[in-house]
Design a protein around this ligand. Structure first.
Ligand code: AMP
Length: 581
């Protein structure tokens, strides 16, 4: 049977793995790292760049690149990238295609089946959009798995005999999820999940940038419109500072000038942990809310937890570590790299679907992280008031699940009913998210009170199907809730596939060289004149070697350039964690 790959499609980074000899193994990208930055760019020749090359390209060309688009999944957002306009689904599909190419290069065979992870708190639209991105990239998406569940699976696979309750605290680049998970007798059972779909490490970086600008009486939003280059550069510097502060008490960054240029002799700014904490206080407060909700839903107290594991790059921040400790009453532990654990779990899930011989049988039980229901009207005295939410599947119900509820018409001779489907915890639908609308027609004429049975079926991918039955006539109507902004019909999917085939992607085998040029070009701007001149020579020679297409020549010149870069543009302190081993 062909392999199924496991994919963590992250806001900031993505990764792909496959089962090898009964163990999940991550696959390195064309530039030799496990994590592919979730950035897409278009270079001067109109070719699509993905990952590290795109991330470097972004620093000098923010308008030709897109990042953080996972946050826009399931919406009708689109962005101009160079001469193209792409939706979040299309951008995600470029990342998935790149991971597919890495897996195919590693396995030396075509790979067309995948398990893809999503934040537990992703709604129906966002899950559907992820499945569509998978299809556009040429995958059959075998399963959508919640990120914290995948992380628990990566831990649980070694501990099939252990009985314990753990908290998975997952703060990635764009989302926060907390899950309370039981391990027992080869089962991984999620008791409760809660989270925020728009709260992650990127917000911490932006808060820091906002705070630096406000110290100079500049409004972030204003600067973003007026000098996007400057803001993009400042964010890049803040990202560096944020990572450095995970190791050191304070650090220094270079402030870009109004055009977004960095100059080694330019203005410097010292950032310390206290400033990061102050600028991020509102974000930290938001983290507390889902944590309390998940603990309450799981009916668990701090002392009942046996372990807290951290998932997602942003949990490397000491302030987040401290926060997890404070909220959950336990020092987080865990041996697996927080950036890689989700992809490893997705790979194990792929192995379970594929009946991988090396895996002991494991049962994975997940829950619906939010309540699903419909809008109803209520008769209050003489008055009928609409806009109330009737839950049909309550949050943290074990999935897959199917639940039904009887509704009745409110007016005499009412032949149509508009059934609005919502997700959320609000008592009124205005506080919840509209997922779709189902028109029920053909209700028999008669007095009010004609019965309609509504059945919700929520599958293990977190996708909802709604079925209505007019009780008297037994007439049924079904709808899979796929209707969402940006949703592609089969025909649209096909034409999008054709259109995407026209877009030229930079060849995988040339990615590493492209990345090096982009990195060198970015560094060029930051160096003092003397070093700039040196780098200029290295770049000229490297580009000439690339033109010559002589592999030996390229390799020798490349290593000189590599040495220069490693001295003058050292990676982050934690870069070792991201290098493929
Ligand atoms: P993920 O989506 O799990 O790859 O997490 C990406 C997020 O983790 C980004 O917002 C990064 O800025 C953040 N991150 C990665 N490494 C560190 C670090 N050493 N210190 C602070 N934040 C980090």
């Amino acid at each position: 049977m062909s392999a199924i790959v496991g994919i963590d499609l992250g806001t900031t980074n993505s990764a792909v793995g496959v089962m090898v000899d009964g163990k999940p193994v991550l696959i390195s990208s064309s530039v030799g790292v496990y994590l592919t930055e979730s950035v897409v760019g278009v270079d001067e020749s109109g070719e699509i760049l993905v990952g590290s090359a795109a991330k470097e390209h972004q620093v000098l060309n923010p308008n030709q690149c897109a990042a953080c688009f996972k946050r826009q999944m399931g919406t009708d957002w689109s962005v101009e990238v160079g001469k193209h306009r792409f939706s979040a689904v299309q951008l995600s599909s470029f990342i998935l295609k790149s991971l597919k190419a890495d897996a195919e290069a590693y396995l030396k065979t075509e790979v067309d089946r995948a398990v893809i992870t999503v934040p537990a708190y992703f709604n129906n639209q966002q899950r559907q959009a992820t499945i569509e991105a998978g299809k556009l990239a040429g995958f059959k998406v075998e399963r959508i798995v919640n990120e914290p569940t995948a992380a628990a699976l990566a831990y649980g696979v070694h501990e099939t005999d252990a009985e314990k309750t753990i908290a998975v605290f997952d703060l990635g680049g764009g989302t926060f999820d907390i899950s309370i998970v039981d391990f027992f007798e080869g089962a991984v059972e999620v008791r409760a999940s809660a989270g925020e779909a728009i709260l992650g490490g990127e917000d911490f970086t932006r808060s820091l940038a906002r705070s630096i600008l406000s110290q100079r009486s500049i409004m972030f939003e204003h600067a973003e419109t007026k000098s996007p280059m400057m803001v993009a550069r400042l964010i890049q510097q803040c990202e560096k500072a944020k990572r450095a502060l995970s190791k050191n008490e304070s650090t220094e960054i270079l402030l870009p000038d109004a055009e977004g240029r960095l100059n080694a002799d330019g203005e410097k700014f010292t950032v310390d942990r206290k400033m990061l904490l102050e600028s991020c206080k509102p974000l930290l407060e938001r983290i507390g809310i889902p944590v309390r909700r998940a603990m309450g839903d799981a009916k668990i107290k701090q002392q009942d937890l046996n372990q807290v594991i951290l998932v997602g790059g942003a949990t490397r921040m000491p302030l987040i570590y401290g926060m997890a400790n404070e909220f959950l009453g336990k020092c987080p532990t865990g041996k697996i790299n927080p950036d890689e654990v989700v992809a490893l779990g997705a790979t194990i899930q792929a192995g379970l679907i594929n009946d991988d011989a090396g895996l002991e049988d494991m049962v994975v039980v997940d829950v619906a992280p939010f309540t699903l229901g419909v809008e109803i009207s209520k008769e209050l005295g003489q008055e009928t008031r609409s806009g109330y939410f009737l839950p049909i599947i309550n949050r943290n119900t074990v999935i897959p699940t199917s639940r039904s509820h009887s509704l009745v018409t409110i007016s005499p001779n009412q032949v149509d009913v508009a059934l609005n489907v919502y997700q959320g915890e609000g008592r009124m639908v205005k506080d919840n998210l509209l997922l779709g609308e189902l028109k029920v027609k053909g209700v028999p004429r008669g007095p009010a009170g004609q019965e309609i049975e509504v059945r919700f079926t929520y599958d293990s991918n977190g996708v909802l199907e709604v079925e209505t039955t007019i009780v008297e006539t037994q007439q049924k109507k079904r709808m899979v809730i796929t209707k969402h902004a940006g949703h592609l019909s089969q025909k649209e999917l096909q034409s999008s596939l054709t259109a995407m085939e026209q877009v030229k992607t930079h060849p995988r085998e040339k990615n590493a060289n492209r990345f090096m040029v982009k990195r060198a070009e970015r560094l060029f701007q930051e160096l003092p004149t003397m070093l700039r001149n040196q780098l200029d020579v290295y770049l000229d020679v490297f580009e000439a070697a690339l033109d010559s297409q002589d592999p030996n020549e390229i390799a020798s010149v490349r290593s000189q350039l590599e040495t220069f870069l490693s001295v003058h543009d050292p990676d982050d302190d934690d870069a070792d964690d991201r290098v493929a081993r």
